[in-house]
Structure formats: C-alpha cells, structure tokens
Design a protein around this ligand. Structure first.
Ligand code: SOE
Length: 393
C-alpha cells in the first residue's frame, strides 16, 4: 500500500475507453471501495483527441507516450483498452514495471502472446502485483447470480450448454474496414471479439473447462470500403476497398471437462440481433437462461416444481441481496450495460487491497485464447475435434 489513492493510467480511448472511464468514475462514488482511486492519466497517440477524451471523461491528465507513463512512480494501475495487437507489449511492460494491470478482452491476438502475458502475470503475482482480464459480462448481476445458482446445485448435473453472441453490424456490406476487421490488429473477427465472451462466460458459470472444440469460421463479405474517419464501429467510409482478413461468423461445438457439450455461435451477421449474448445451461434438476438484451432478468426452470405449474420462471435480478445491486438503486430499479464496468473496478481494487488475485486472471484469458485458436485450427484443417490441452496449440 502506498498510503495514497491508487492512481490509474488508461492506455487507449476508443469505445472501451469510454466504458472503462465510466467504471473508474462511478465505482468509487457508488461503492465503499477499500482503497481510494484517482483517474490520473489517459494515453493515446493523437494529442488533441486524447486531451479531449481526458476532459470529457474526467481524467486529470492526458499523454501520448505509454512507455513514459508506465515508468512514472505515481502510477499504480494500468488499464489497457487498445486493440489486441498492443496488449502483450503494454501489459508485460507494465507488469515488469510493478503496475497492477487490467487488460481488455480478448487477452491477446495469439496464444503465444497470451502465454507470455500469463508468464509475466505469474512472475508479477509473486511480487504482489495483480492482473485481470476485462471479461466484463461476468459482472452483470444476473450472470454472477446465475453462476452462484449453478454452484449451489440449482440445475444439478450439467447436460449441455447453449451460448451465442449475435450482432448484426456487418450485414451492411458498406460498413467500413475498421481495425476489428483486420487480423493484424484484432487477431480474429467475431470469434475473438464476441466469441471470447461466450467461451469465458461458459467456463465461468459452469466452473468447467472447455477441453476440445470443433468448428468452422467464415468471412461472408470479403472486401469493404476503407475507413475514413471514426472508429470501426461508428466510422465513415473513405474511397477504395480493402480485404477483410478476419472471420464474420464462428460456429463451433465445445466439450467440457465433464464431457458435456456446448453449442457456441459468434456472429456479426445475425440480422436484427444487436447485442444478443445468450446462455442457457441445462441440467438434470433444472435450467437457467440469461439474455444480455434483457440483462436484469434470469429465467429459471425448476424440475422439482409440480408438473402442472412447471415452466421457466422470470427472476428480476434487482434485489439488494443480488450481486452488486445494493450499491445502486432501491430494489426493482434497473441496471444497464455500463454497470459491469464499475463492478469490474470494485473487484480489481478489492483484490489489490486484500492482496488476492482477481478473476479472471491472465491464466484464464490464456485458456480462452487456446479455445479460440482451437476453433481456427479445426476450421482450417477440417478436423473433427481439436484438444485444448496446454502446449497442444
Ligand atoms: C463489438 O463487437 C463489441 O463492442 C465488443 O468488442 C465488446 O466486447 C462487447 O461488449 C460489445 O461489442
């Protein structure tokens, strides 16, 4: 402990930068954090744009050189919200410099990078330095509660899982070629960007590991207008076309450590589906279902209920006794997309204060990366099953 507030440097300032800023701003106001935090500096390459971001989101300073910022003695936490191609370099440098690190998902663009990051995190943990991957949806209260109910045996022995993340922002062939569509920046497409969430969520809620995968990835629109201004998700097109080098759709099957099967679907071509992450876990005692487009709700099917009245019951996850909820509004009042980013801050700062490793750590980020690589291998080889054992990918 330094005896002063934990000072945060955020590297990157795109869409995720704004979401993380909301988390850093709101968490200390709404929760009783064990340590005070200060939004010290936001870093980006364009001096004017990053200064504007600092003003808008409430960072005390802005800077253009992340290496200089990481070297500063007055920075305790480095929050990485850049595209995946710089995660490994920044995270390893920050951990080696003794900073706690929060890194956006997916952890890296390749298994090799993720392994090096997990090694750096393990070395740093031995010195009391903490690291965490931003799989923020774990911190939607209904998802955390779903995990708790499964751990308490609500669904019994898990027979199968269905996990889908469906968006439609690429259905328009004129959507420009942002960084999320370029392998050298993003690593992969729908697979890494949103498939990573459902792989992590499946492992999180079931407490089981994906041990093998079989699947296909496909690119539906192979060329798109070059990006003019703005970011990948909201940008405008420039003259000329470029090649899309990542997948648009990934459909795959996973096998869990108990042998249970998972049907995974990650796509940016599900027309009409805006941000539809859904998971359903089916067991011999019951089933639980969550859908991000209705994120305050959990559906529970209890097989022990009388047959006449059996059915999926709606649980509104807005009670003070539900995870994270009591810090916000009186019971019954809704939370949204941004609240998970505050909950992530709460859990990271609590772990730092208590001297424990936050979850998910880089080792868990690496396990997701291996699953993603396994799906790509299965698709490229046409192999029925690719095992996700350490060292196999
Ligand atoms: C874009 O597909 C995206 O912003 C993801 O990158 C995020 O992880 C997810 O929260 C929403 O969709």
């Amino acid at each position: 402990m330094t005896g002063r507030p934990l000072r945060v440097a955020m590297i990157g300032y795109g869409f995720m930068g704004s979401a993380h800023s909301v988390g850093w701003r709101q968490a200390p106001r709404m929760f009783d954090l064990p340590e005070a935090v200060e939004m010290a500096v936001v870093v980006g390459r364009n001096a004017q744009a990053v200064a504007d971001a600092a003003d808008r989101w409430g960072w005390a300073e802005s800077a253009t050189d992340w290496r200089e910022v990481i070297a500063r003695d007055d920075i305790d936490i480095v929050d990485i919200v850049t595209p995946g191609d710089s995660h490994a370099e920044i995270a390893i440098a920050a951990l080696d410099a003794g900073k706690h690190v929060l890194c956006e998902k997916p952890l890296a663009n390749t298994v090799d990078e993720a392994e090096r990051m997990a090694d750096a995190a393990a070395r740093a943990a031995a010195r009391g330095i903490r690291s965490m991957v931003g799989f923020t949806y774990r911190r939607v209260p209904a998802v955390t509660f779903l995990r708790d109910l499964i751990a308490q045996g609500a669904v019994g022995k898990i027979a199968q899982v269905r996990a889908a993340y469906r968006q439609d922002w690429l259905v328009d062939p004129e959507t420009p070629l942002g960084w999320r569509l370029q392998k050298e920046h993003a690593g992969s497409g729908a697979l890494g960007d949103i498939g990573a969430h459902i792989v992590d969520m499946t492992q999180f809620v079931t407490g089981l590991e994906v041990t093998a995968v079989s699947g296909v990835v496909d690119t539906i629109v192979k060329e798109r207008p070059l990006l003019g201004s703005g970011s990948g998700l909201t940008g405008t097109a420039a003259e000329g076309y470029g090649e899309v080098t990542v997948d648009d759709v990934a459909i795959f099957t996973g096998r869990l450590s108990t042998g249970a099967l998972v049907a995974f679907e990650a796509t940016r071509f599900a027309t009409g589906r805006k941000n539809d992450l859904s998971i359903e876990v089916s067991g011999d005692k019951g089933a639980l279902r969550f859908d991000l487009e209705d994120l305050n709700t959990l559906w529970f099917y209890d097989r022990s209920a009388p047959a006449q009245t059996q059915g999926f019951t709606r649980i509104l996850v807005t009670e003070a006794s539900h995870p994270y909820v009591s810090a916000w509004w009186p019971a019954g009042h809704m939370l949204g997309y941004e609240h998970g980013f505050s909950h992530q801050v709460v859990d990271l700062v609590t772990a730092i204060a208590e001297g424990t490793d936050p979850e998910p750590g880089f080792a868990e980020g690496l396990s997701v990366q291996r699953v993603l690589a396994g799906v790509e291998r299965s698709s490229a080889d046409g192999s029925a099953w690719v095992r996700i054992d350490a060292g196999a990918l």
